[in-house]
Ligand binder design. Sequence first.
Ligand code: ZN
Ligand code: ZN
Length: 201
Amino acid sequence: MRIRAWQLDGDVASDAFDMLPVLARQCGLNLAVTIESVPPLPEHVLPELWVQTDSGRYDASYFLQFVDLHLASVDAEAHWIMLTNKPLTSGDLNFVFAATADNGRAVLASISDLGRSPDERRRRLPLLLAHEFGHAVGLPKPGRLVYDNRHGAGHHCHAHGCLMHSLNSVAELDSLYQSVLARNLLLCPLCERECTQASGE
Ligand SMILES: [Zn+2]
Ligand SMILES: [Zn+2]
């Protein structure tokens, strides 16, 4: 499995992607991450994909729906993770940290709401990216639909301390960070089983 990471608005530290191999190890996924130095899309495409809502945030669903079509023509096999510093929203939510295309092919994540200090962002971003990539590989399975009006109707895990629990605030990201440090594991046993099955398919 290949991830192509693309930093839309300039440099983000490459350790932003450090939790992806940890997740891959727990699931038995064979994962290679490359960070794109050259934008893979023609320059005129990007500005068209950013649609601002009344709140001044940018519509992540719109972006993903259309960027996905373009990226599929660049590399249909890879998963794409795109980082931005623009504030995001989706549907009728006030904000989202990140969103994943329905087909799992593209993830858009923002550092905008992850805190003011570089240290805070540095601590939170890798977990956020691992969470979204978990969605990209189909976690949790559709049978475990949880409606959460802050995070949207999505598939999330009920287990606290699991990477795939819904993440609605920086406080939840920080508590996840603490539990990952304590257990040195990202996924609860149920999510781990689903992820391991997915990697074998
Ligand atoms: Zn989620
Ligand atoms: Zn779980």
